[in-house]
Design a protein around this ligand. Structure first.
Ligand code: BTN
Length: 247
């Protein structure tokens, strides 16, 4: 897969995009660009990362063959709405994967795309409200990679799965479409356009109990659904319902 072509195609589509071959983390690269005035919607794409990171300080293995991208976004929406953006982005990514023919893709709220119980993609939102922007990172396993296969379980206990192992997909075209659709969904979110709750509910992973780190504590329960703000509705062991939202 040639990620330089992906970045070039984004530019052709009118999107500000930068390709870097090898970088510590596209999150840090994008952060520097944001601080140097990069326009909202600027995408950084890398062939590989040497210090990719996931949520909760976990490392994100980033060998050649994956998509590693970070988007700088400067919302007009007040900061109190920002916690809904990860699930909105997750909805967009799972929709793109399903549109590519992988109808069994699900969203493990708020940020994991799983296929057959294995992890295809993760999202990482890092917010800088005082500076008026956030950086949204997406890491997706595209080509089958021995490094990932040998890593055993990763990222919260899931095995990895690769897009090309699952279907005959044009990798570059898929990545371009995915990133364009993601920017479109973020813009819709920023304009306050409501979520398609029905569509989101239809792609939600509901197979078991989850524990969500929310604020200083954790909540555990059975996944029941999502509400119009993108909050996860959980039924706790004592049968009370609780709604949670994370960054
Ligand atoms: C997760 O599932 O925990 C989130 C993984 C996010 C990984 C992406 S890869 C591109 C961007 N750069 C990083 O260092 N992390 C994100």
């Amino acid at each position: 897969m040639n990620l330089r072509l992906v970045s070039d195609d984004l530019v052709r589509a009118g999107i500000s995009s930068v390709f870097v071959d090898t970088v510590d983390s596209t999150q840090d690269y994008a952060l520097k660009m944001a601080r140097s005035g990069a326009v909202s919607g600027t995408v950084t794409v890398a062939r590989r990362q040497t210090a990719g990171r996931g949520r909760m300080g976990r490392p994100w293995l980033s060998p050649d063959g994956g998509l590693y991208a970070s988007v700088v976004f400067r919302p007009r929406r007040p900061v109190e709405f920002w916690p809904g953006l990860t699930v909105r982005a997750g909805y967009s990514v799972v929709s793109s994967v399903r549109n590519a023919g992988l109808s069994q893709a699900v969203l493990k709220w708020p940020n994991d795309c799983l296929v057959g119980g294995r992890k295809l993609c993760g999202l990482l939102a890092e917010s800088f409200p005082a500076e008026g922007f956030f950086v949204l990172g997406i890491g997706m396993n595209i080509a089958v990679s021995p490094e990932l296969e040998n890593a055993g379980t990763f990222s919260a206990g899931y095995d990895a799965v690769s897009l090309l192992e699952l279907g005959n997909v044009d990798a570059e075209r898929f990545c371009v479409r995915l990133l364009i659709d993601l920017l479109g969904e973020l813009t819709a979110w920023d304009h306050g356009r409501p979520f398609d709750i029905e569509a989101l509910s239809g792609m939600l992973w509901t197979d078991g109990e989850v524990t969500v780190v929310a604020g200083a504590g954790t909540v555990t329960g059975q996944v029941k659904g999502v509400d119009s703000a993108g909050r996860l509705v959980l039924v706790q062991p004592d049968q009370t319902e609780i709604r949670v939202l994370v960054d």
